[in-house]
Write a protein of this length. Structure first.
Length: 291
């Protein structure tokens, strides 16, 4: 009979690749989850989904030139994601097309182009690696990269915190009293691209946004305060990562999808039981005048 140690501790104590995956998930949690909270509050959740596909052509070109070279694929992903974000914004401002429609057009073309590029050079295994990631195969260089992205993200959020929060609440007021709105938005989009590229190395282009958005949305059902929401989103992202790695280990399931499915279960539980706008509060209301 397996003990709690065998279930929860032994996989990480006995296998180095599990410990590396754990560190990678921790770095992703600190970087991606806070970005997900701001995407959600700014009603840009689907923007993250569109931009995760936008990095695929750049990463694929890096793969085409240098194989699975960390620097080449990272640089390609950042350049492609930035180009799509800027291009969609320019099209939305220069035409009558809304930004969401512009992003949709860009990301669909980007996804098809990226898959085509990988198919030209690589195999089906290479394509699966790029689309779904390899969190159990993270090396030292990738872990350092993920930690660096998380550090840059937290530092940049600290710098642009005030205009970013104010833009979530009242963008019109921010434009009337300050010129920091546009630069903060650009920095924020750069952080979105940065964390999607980081998530791509661990979870692939199809699942990277999951660790960014699902914990953030789940945290919304447990906290109304922004700071608590961000802290809770980081915790839930890490719990999702640990849970997914354990599911992957014990049931021989793909690690990336397992992590996102655990995050989905946490979201479903938060939706049902969360005290801030959850279904329990709606269908089982508290006593009269109860907080």
């Amino acid at each position: 009979m397996e003990t709690l140690y065998d279930i929860f501790i032994a996989p990480f104590a006995e296998f180095e690749f599990m410990r590396r995956a754990l560190v990678g998930v921790l770095a992703l949690s600190f970087g991606a989850a806070p970005i997900g909270v701001f995407l959600m509050l700014r009603r840009m959740s689907l923007t993250g989904d569109a931009m995760q596909h936008a990095i695929l052509p750049g990463a694929a070109l890096g793969f085409l030139i240098a194989g699975f070279d960390l620097f080449a694929m990272t640089l390609g992903g950042i350049l492609a994601g930035s180009a799509v974000a800027i291009g969609a914004g320019v099209v939305a401002r220069a035409t009558e097309l809304k930004e969401d429609a512009s992003l949709a057009a860009f990301y669909l073309v980007s996804l098809a182009l990226g898959v085509l590029i990988v198919s030209v050079r690589g195999s089906n295994v290479d394509l699966l690696h790029i689309l779904f990631g390899s969190v159990l195969a993270l090396d030292d260089a990738t872990l350092i990269l993920l930690a660096a992205f998380a550090t840059v993200t937290l530092g940049a959020l600290a710098v642009i915190w005030r205009p970013l929060v104010l833009e979530c609440v009242d963008p019109g007021f921010l434009r009337s009293v300050s010129r920091t709105g546009a630069p903060s938005h650009i920095v924020f989009l750069a952080l979105v691209v940065l964390n999607l590229v980081g998530g791509f190395h661990a979870l692939g282009t199809l699942l990277a946004v999951g660790i960014m958005m699902l914990p953030a949305i789940a945290a919304r059902f447990w906290a109304a305060d922004l700071t608590r929401m961000i802290v809770l989103s980081v915790v839930l992202a890490f719990v999702s990562g640990v849970g997914g790695l354990l599911v992957s280990y014990h049931f021989a399931a793909p690690s990336g999808p397992a992590i996102i499915l655990v995050a989905g279960v946490i979201y479903a539980g938060s939706l049902a039981l969360g005290p801030v706008g959850g279904l329990r509060r709606r269908f089982v209301p508290g006593r009269h005048l109860e907080a």
